[in-house]
Design a protein around this ligand. Structure first.
Ligand SMILES: [Zn+2]
Length: 189
């Protein structure tokens, strides 16, 4: 079927009434940790859909963005939480399956504006190349609220750690059982 995206459950109620392939998408240069340029809401003409990933052409000229221009082809998703369709980059799409993103505590957005590896470089600037953390916080690109980001292999055993952490004296050896993941507080050092 031509223009099958018109029936897509995540898009079907978002099209412009007179332009049935056009939707509004929040486009951006990245989130607040990586850029001070605010995101902009532009009209995009959908040209393709691959599952829940959409492709389209930007119809407006963004006022101040450096990475998005009128006529450019972009990819975007419909976040499970949050109000707007959201531009995503190839790098973000590559890394995203590895991470769980908690909905923003203010607007509910459940996607990040930046690839997790780019955010980690900013959150932990002194860490060596290749450093990875199991968990960090991001600022929501829409509203500046807080989003917890957790690697999907990272076990957050809150009950155990709340009781275990205060018992460890400074400088004492923390013994790890084989295969045991780090405690949550070790990742923020
Ligand atoms: Zn938010």
């Amino acid at each position: 079927m031509a223009n099958k995206w018109r029936e897509h459950p995540k898009l079907c109620d978002r099209f412009h009434p007179e332009s049935p392939d056009d939707v509004q998408v929040l486009v951006h240069d990245g989130g607040p940790r990586l850029t001070d340029r605010a995101p902009e809401l532009v009209w995009v003409r959908v040209t393709g859909a691959d599952g829940d990933l959409f492709t389209g052409q930007v119809l407006n000229r963004p006022d101040h963005l450096a990475t998005v221009s009128e006529g450019a082809e972009i990819q975007f998703v419909a976040p499970d939480g949050g109000e707007y369709l959201l531009l995503v980059t190839q790098k973000y799409l590559r890394e995203r399956p590895e991470w769980l993103v908690e909905a923003c505590d203010q607007c509910g957005l459940s996607e990040l504006f930046d690839a997790p590896s780019d955010l980690m470089r900013v959150v932990f600037p002194d860490m060596p190349d290749g450093f990875r953390t199991g968990m960090f916080t991001a600022y929501c690109g829409c509203c500046g609220g807080c989003q917890m980001v957790r690697h999907k292999d990272f076990k957050l055993d809150v009950e155990e750690n709340i009781t275990a952490a205060p018992q460890i004296e400074p400088g004492s050896l923390v013994k790890k059982t084989p295969g045991r993941s780090k405690k949550w507080w070790e990742f923020w050092k």
